[in-house]
Design a protein around this ligand. Structure first.
Ligand code: MLT
Length: 393
């Protein structure tokens, strides 16, 4: 037998596993230190009360014969898909109930979507990039090309007419750089994809953090329904990183190579996925209720305040950064021209603060560093105090 040798082309550890490894080593060697983790973008606030109530009621339903549920629909229960469709309507975007697939999160779907595409396709990612897009395509043996996101272009890579790509991953607001595309910029990508018969895989996991007048969905852009698939998640929007629920939108009209992509994904999901549990889908639907939206927005505001606390410190220190405004991530230039892993070690050893080295997100991330605003308030304030003390020296 043979294993999948494409795995040999991956970096040895998944980025956040490598960070956890280094952090745990430090903690083992320095058990008296209190380390503050602003590395992986994991939420710290509990689920909103209305969400917990809905989940409890859902669990209760499973305890009675009359309301018990077995396998859910592959594409998710209609009431949740309707709630998602209504949510899109609330910001002026038309997504039909039968275009929605409920899933266990955007990470899985972004990785698994490759099942419906040939291995011969060329994949374009922006660099720096969320590692899942790269690693899942390396595993499949696809060729990957990189579009540079740099300080010069405001970390918003744009299409190059001379590059031919078939699959394009875009993430806006961006993980890791926190930059968000404007309508006109997204229109250029939609036009490029249409012209090249390509498909855009649009990760909107951070759309709820947008504060400015920017598109919350690729479908806000004219022409996107015939060239784009969108992934979204309740992880960051509503604290579901552990609970697991997301959704993928595939317009019915999206066709490539004579095939309907919605039909291919349905076939894939029916084969390899048995859906999201009843209590979790009940909880997810509560997120989209009027009261649910009010409650989750309070949590988002808490994280946005954390982002302001971090950004203000960087302003004081005169450090260049992007993000924080339409995104929970702050992407900063490492001080004193340090490399990003060098700065990671420096910050861990000297301030006992963990962040994410930009290089872990790709070549253009070298020299940059990501901090998350998903921490607890007191920890964020303390981390910022330590960083200021260290860097003012
Ligand atoms: C991150 O820190 O980039 C995210 O937590 C990763 C993810 O959402 O999987």
């Amino acid at each position: 037998m043979k294993t999948n040798r494409n795995f040999n082309n991956l970096v040895p550890n998944y980025l956040f596993a490598e960070i956890a490894k280094r952090t745990n080593k430090f903690l083992k060697e320095n058990p008296d230190k209190s380390v503050i983790k602003l590395g992986i973008g994991d939420v710290t606030l509990p689920l909103a009360p209305i969400v917990v109530e809905a989940m409890k009621k859902g669990a209760d339903d499973l305890s009675k014969k009359e309301t018990f549920k077995g396998y859910p629909d592959y594409e998710g229960y209609e009431f949740l898909r309707q709630a998602i469709s209504d949510y899109y309507k609330s910001f002026g975007v038309d997504v039909k109930t039968d275009e929605v697939f409920v899933s266990d999160g955007a990470k899985s779907d972004c990785g698994n979507i490759g099942d419906i595409f040939s291995e011969d396709n060329t994949v374009l990612v922006t660099d720096p990039v969320y590692p899942v897009y790269v690693d899942s395509n390396i595993m499949a043996g696809r060729k990957i090309v990189y579009a540079a996101s740099t300080q010069e272009n405001g970390f918003a890579a744009m299409p190059d007419e001379n590059v031919k790509a078939d699959i394009i991953y875009l993430c806006s607001p961006n993980n890791p750089t926190g930059s968000a595309y404007t309508y006109d910029q997204l229109k250029k990508w939609v036009d490029y994809a249409t012209k090249n018969d390509a498909v855009i895989l649009y990760d909107a996991a951070y759309e709820a953090f947008i504060t400015e007048d920017l598109p919350r969905s690729i479908y806000a852009v004219e022409g996107a329904k015939s060239c784009a698939i969108e992934f979204c998640s309740l992880s960051k929007t509503a604290g579901f990183t552990g609970t697991r629920c997301g959704y993928t939108i595939i317009p019915k009209e999206l066709e490539r190579d004579g095939e309907n992509l919605h039909a291919l994904w349905y076939r894939r999901q029916a084969t390899k996925f048995n859906g999201v549990s009843w209590p979790v889908q009940c909880a997810a639907a509560a997120v989209f209720s009027e009261e649910g939206q009010k409650q989750i927005k309070e949590n988002i505001a808490y994280y946005q305040e954390n982002a302001k606390i971090i950004s203000s410190a960087l302003d004081e220190l005169g450090i260049y950064y992007t993000g924080g405004k339409n995104s929970p991530y702050i992407w900063l230039k490492c001080p004193n021209n340090m490399g990003s892993w060098e700065f990671f070690d420096f910050l861990l050893n000297e301030a006992n603060v963990v962040g994410t080295p930009g290089e872990g997100f790709g070549q253009n991330g070298e020299g940059y560093f990501r901090l998350t605003s998903f921490g607890d308030r007191d920890n964020t304030i303390e981390a910022v105090r330590r960083i200021k003390e260290l860097l003012k020296k």
